[in-house]
Design a protein around this ligand. Structure first.
Ligand code: P1T
Length: 442
């Protein structure tokens, strides 16, 4: 196992346990934001540097063959990656180890490769387009993986049970889903998985809510996946992914760590350093994304130019109760305070920064809206401090065949917003003026 070494200092060697002890201590004593700032970022005992240095060396001196300070070659482990992995394991509640990859997609590929040949998986039907593409056009062709896509939000228990096969090894959940923000009841799917004779693992892609709003491992999931490219890094300048696993999955963790090294889709030390820096403000950003998104969602709801607004935090959203039930403990504390301060006037509660809406009209109005915004930049991706907007049917979900897109409700008038952390009133004004421009073009 690669040791957890913080700041490249061997006195923090995991197996020597100084580093691990400090992580355990932080997890038991400190709240989310404190852990984000301190775990993996202890001052360097040699130099006193408060911020970890970036360790660019690809290789490490050995004092005798096999006698080293915990690092041999930086694909197998390097101080910055280990430090970031320690931070992530401390942020995803219920997690004990994290494994970082060079993108969210490389993370997905590694998990699916770990299932071996001729496996079957069940996936929520509305997944990120790239995940769908890997399942259906890469893993299906290269390793005989079969995927049954199921509406895990609405299907009854018997329909889900009927999808299980003798070789079902994994259930793939995104919640909320990308881009229609369907909400999956994670404990329900976990209990169905436990009943199944093939004992499938449950993986939750927690990218959309980040470790701040939802803790799938606490809800019984076996593996959490993040595209760190999004909220965790938060500044749209790093492409990276990670898995987080609980302590009881030590053997699975070892297997995935073996593949991390063997496949070699690893992030650079510099990117790890940036992502760790980004993660230090995750709690602050997620609260601001949430309150801004709620304000924008309410503005969209008020507009005569909008057919439907999808934001699970809105009290009118059909799964608003499930959204509340699925909040992590730190998000519950934040949301309860928010509701107490704002009462019934709140119209809902902050629930991440993603909104999808159907603009009245069709593709022409959607495209007009997307080029009329002043602050929302027309671009793929999400989760950065700056607001983005896109057209899933032609952009992020273009790799899903049109018939399936239609079934999922990913039409030409569906617009997806990643609400950033700019001033709330500026974002609301921008969306309102762009809706007027789009409507005037009809
Ligand atoms: O882009 P990458 O870091 O490889 O992550 C892939 C990925 C995985 N899971 C989810 C839920 C995602 O949204 C993504 C990437 N999504 C976008 C680029 C997007 O704009 O939706």
């Amino acid at each position: 196992m690669s040791p957890v070494i913080l700041n490249g200092d061997s006195s923090h060697h995991a197996n020597g346990t100084n580093g691990i002890n400090s992580i355990k201590e932080h997890v038991s004593l400190d709240g989310f934001g404190t852990r984000a700032i301190h775990v993996g970022s202890e001052p360097n005992p040699e130099t006193g540097a408060v911020i970890p240095s970036i360790s660019l060396s690809t290789t490490y001196k050995q004092d005798g063959v096999g006698n080293h300070k915990g690092f041999e070659y930086s694909r197998s482990g390097n101080p910055n990656r280990n430090a970031l992995e320690a931070t992530l394991a401390a942020l995803e509640s219920g997690g004990s180890s994290a494994i970082a990859f060079s993108s969210g997609s490389a993370t997905t590929a590694t998990v699916l490769q770990s299932l071996g040949p001729d496996a079957h998986i069940i996936s929520v039907n509305d997944v990120y387009g790239g995940t769908f593409r890997y399942m259906t056009r890469v893993a299906a062709v290269n390793q005989g993986l079969e995927t049954t896509f199921v509406d895990l939000e609405n299907a009854d228990d018997d329909t889900i049970r009927a999808a299980f096969r003798h070789n079902t090894k994994l259930i793939w959940i995104e919640s909320p889903t990308n881009p229609t923000l369907r909400l999956i009841d994670i404990p329900r799917i976990v209990s169905l998985a436990h009943e199944a004779p093939s004992h499938p693992l449950v993986l939750v892609d927690n990218t959309f809510l980040s470790p701040f709003y939802q803790s799938p491992l606490v809800l019984g999931a076996d593996i959490v996946l993040h595209s760190l490219t999004k909220y965790v890094n938060g500044h749209s300048d790093v492409v990276m992914g990670a898995l987080i696993l609980p302590a009881h999955h030590a053997a699975l963790t070892e297997k995935l760590r073996f593949l991390q090294n063997a496949i070699g889709a690893v992030p650079s030390a510099y990117d790890c350093w940036l992502a760790q820096r980004g993660a230090k403000t995750l709690h602050l950003r997620m609260k601001a994304h949430g309150t801004n998104a709620l304000a924008v969602a309410r503005a969209l709801q008020r507009s005569p130019h909008v057919e439907e607004v999808i934001y699970p935090g809105l009290s009118t959203h059909p799964r608003n109760d499930l959204a509340y039930r699925s909040l992590s403990s730190q998000a519950r504390t934040f949301v309860d305070k928010y509701l107490k301060a704002n009462g019934d006037d709140a119209g809902g509660f902050p629930y991440g920064g993603m909104i999808s809406f159907r603009i009245r009209g069709g593709a022409a109005q959607a495209e007009k809206f997307l080029t009329a915004t002043r602050l929302f930049t027309l671009a793929e991706s999400l989760g950065g401090v700056e607001s983005l907007a896109e057209l899933p049917a032609q952009m992020t979900h273009g790799s899903i065949p049109p018939a399936e897109r239609a079934l999922l409700g990913i039409g030409d008038n569906l617009v997806r917003l990643s609400v950033g952390v700019e001033e709330e009133e500026d974002l609301v004004a921008d969306v309102e003026q762009a809706l007027e421009v789009a409507a005037a073009s009809a």
